[in-house]
Design a protein. Structure first.
Length: 73
């Protein structure tokens, strides 16, 4: 089941991981993305600064699936 995540402003993958409690601090994002498979719209992503756009589907096998919804769009 896909969990919808609503955000007001631009958000990066690292911010998303921290906000959703996947990692404890933003500094852990780099290491998490090196060790864990994270897919955005079916493509593996390793950049913590990757901007997430409205409708992006993030898949983290250990956490589930999330869809980004920008409230301003």
């Amino acid at each position: 089941m896909v969990q919808d995540i609503s955000v007001e402003d631009e958000i990066t993958l690292g911010q998303f991981l921290k906000n959703e409690g996947v990692i404890g601090t933003g500094g852990q994002a780099k290491w998490f993305l090196q060790d864990e498979e994270v897919l955005i719209n079916g493509e593996r992503e390793t950049r913590r600064g990757k901007k997430l756009h409205d409708g992006d589907l993030i898949e983290i096998p250990s956490e589930g699936q999330f869809r980004i919804n920008h409230l301003s769009e």
